[in-house]
Ligand binder design. Structure first.
Ligand code: F6R
Length: 235
């Protein structure tokens, strides 16, 4: 794992953006694995503002809430539209359908998408509890796309996007940990003291399903972009 220490969200955004530009420049049909949440927003802003040519690029999102319609402002579909898809035009975009009648079939469909479009660069944030995607602590390292019950800590962290605590969804559909590990390269973004405990476990703790992100130490090509605050609990 490589670690890039930055001083600000702007520096993180530039570093992440530059890596994406490089991949888009050197591949004929690059596949980007996308995350939602605060961490990648600066990167998406640069992609929008620079009108990055993504007409040859395929995107595959990590996750989506269950029972939140795609056109609802809190859906990850809507987040991605606002952040990127309404601004620059990709060749193809894929997100899990959290409204699917048969969620098990939807998980299988999504795995087929990932087989057809293997991810070249996966962007990841990290949960305060060490989750990646919505793979909460305890999720099997061999998991593929699946339905998961969100922990109270994750629901609490995501509360800021909703009007009321009870509006925060309880379940999501997420790429599994094995699905994420198939990406050729991974860029994990972790800024601020709220992530310090998760980052310490990621870098120094045992590799354990109790902290899903720790599996990334077994991936051959991971870059962590982080700051001193997030590293503050590391030795
Ligand atoms: C988002 C996702 C989550 C977030 C994580 C960090 O699609 O899968 O794992 O990346 O919860 O969220 P932020 O970036 O808001 O701190």
């Amino acid at each position: 794992m490589k670690i890039l220490i930055v001083n600000s969200n702007e520096e993180l955004a530039k570093a992440g953006y530059n890596w994406i530009v490089e991949i888009l420049r050197t591949q004929s049909t690059p596949v980007l694995g996308m995350a939602t949440g605060s961490s990648p927003m600066g990167i998406y802003k640069l992609m929008r503002e620079n009108h990055l040519d993504v007409s040859h690029t395929v995107t595959v999102n990590l996750d989506e809430y269950i029972n939140v319609p795609a056109n609802h402002e809190n859906s990850y579909h809507c987040f991605m539209k606002k952040q990127l898809f309404d601004h620059i035009s990709f060749k193809k975009i894929f997100l899990p359908n959290g409204m699917a009648e048969n969620l098990q079939e939807e998980c299988l469909r999504y795995e087929q998408v990932l087989d057809e479009y293997p991810v070249d660069l996966q962007i990841l944030g990290i949960g305060e509890n060490g989750h990646i995607g919505f793979n909460e602590p305890g999720t099997s390292f061999s998991s593929r796309t699946h339905v998961i019950q969100l922990t109270e800590s994750t629901r609490h962290a995501n509360r800021r996007f909703f009007n009321h605590e009870h509006d925060v969804p309880t379940h999501a559909i997420t790429m599994g940990i094995a699905s994420i590990m198939k990406a050729k390269r991974i860029m994990l973004l972790a800024m601020g003291t709220a992530k310090a405990s998760a980052v310490r476990q990621l870098l120094e703790g045992p590799i354990t399903e109790k902290c899903p992100a720790t599996i990334l130490r077994e991936h051959p090509d991971v870059l962590i972009i982080t700051d001193q605050q997030a590293l503050s609990l590391c030795s």
